[in-house]
Design a protein around this ligand. Structure first.
Ligand SMILES: NC(=O)c1ccc[n+]([C@@H]2O[C@H](COP(=O)([O-])OP(=O)(O)OC[C@H]3O[C@@H](n4cnc5c(N)ncnc54)[C@H](O)[C@@H]3O)[C@@H](O)[C@H]2O)c1
Length: 259
């Protein structure tokens, strides 16, 4: 099976580290031209140096003006856009629902969900004009289950699935596809942070929390960032040309989100 995305013009949000970085690496390795953004200037610079041929913009995706500037730069630099990967997402607050402040709720919804509207607004008119495009929104298995003590995050990830299915319906006639990838627990620093948050809320040891996350999954495993990148590459490539409106979990099969 040959995945060919040679010359594809790809924008990846929050691409300097973690899953985003694995997505950048995978598309570049398969011949695509990638423009990425990240809120962290140092991490972005390090990524642009390490992955030759990439370009990038410092951008907080929760800030619509910064997204306008980033998308304008990306589209100018790439000469258009074929694939938009909305990867950015923050963990949001951890705690019982009654402890969630308006500020922390709106911040989480704005970065995780709002950003996907802000970027799509720029990509869709161009994709419609060329009658081709693929939008890949990163949610989570938290978008398919309840997730105790992480209500803003969980809510934002469910909303991403609703947004994406609506995108698929509005855009299908223009040969534009929209899909969600739902990663399970990932082998990376972010998951260490999530384990730390749950340890603080529940008082359970970090080892118990980790075991709890593993037990939720039939295959008893965490997932490597590269596995999410491989799915993104497949969906975006000609091999995925009729995959649209789907929420595709890469998670070793989550049975429950309750530890
Ligand atoms: N790590 C997991 O276990 C896991 C599981 C399911 C879903 N996800 C989702 O996958 C996506 C990527 O997760 P990750 O683990 O790679 O994240 P991460 O925490 O490792 O962060 C990746 C990058 O995001 C950047 N970033 C943070 N806030 C930003 C902002 N406002 N604007 C632009 N860039 C910003 C960071 O600087 C960092 O370089 C997120 O949407 C996340 O919710 C992650």
């Amino acid at each position: 099976m040959n995945i060919n995305v040679e010359g594809y013009r790809v924008v990846v949000t929050a691409g300097a580290r973690g899953i985003g970085r694995a997505i950048v690496n995978a598309f570049v390795a398969s011949g695509a031209n990638v423009h990425l953004c990240d809120i962290d200037e140092t991490a972005l610079g390090a990524c642009l140096t390490a992955v030759s041929g990439t370009t990038g913009t410092v951008c907080d995706v929760g800030n619509p003006q910064q997204v306008d500037q980033m998308m304008t730069e990306a589209i100018e630099t790439l000469g258009g856009i074929d694939v938009l990967v909305n990867n950015a997402g923050i963990a949001g607050p951890a705690g019982p629902i009654e402890s969630v402040t308006q500020e922390s709720l709106l911040d989480c919804l704005n970065v995780n969900l709002g950003s996907q509207f802000y970027t799509a607004k720029h990509a869709i008119p161009l994709m419609k004009a060329q009658r081709r495009g693929s939008i890949i929104n990163i949610a989570s298995t938290a978008g398919q289950y309840g997730f105790p003590w992480r209500s803003p995050y969980c809510t934002s990830k469910w909303a991403i699935i609703g947004l994406t299915k609506t995108m698929a319906m509005e855009l299908g006639e223009f040969n534009i596809r929209a899909n969600v990838i739902c990663p399970g627990s990932i082998n990376n620093k972010r998951m260490e942070h999530v384990i730390q948050l749950e340890h603080e809320v529940t008082g359970n040891s970090k080892e118990q929390v980790r075991e709890g996350f593993l037990k939720q999954v039939s295959m008893n495993t965490f997932i490597d960032p590269e596995e999410i990148a491989n799915m993104a590459l497949f969906i975006a490539s000609p091999l995925g040309r009729h995959i649209s409106g789907q929420a595709l979990a890469v998670d070793g099969h989550t049975e429950t989100m309750r530890n």
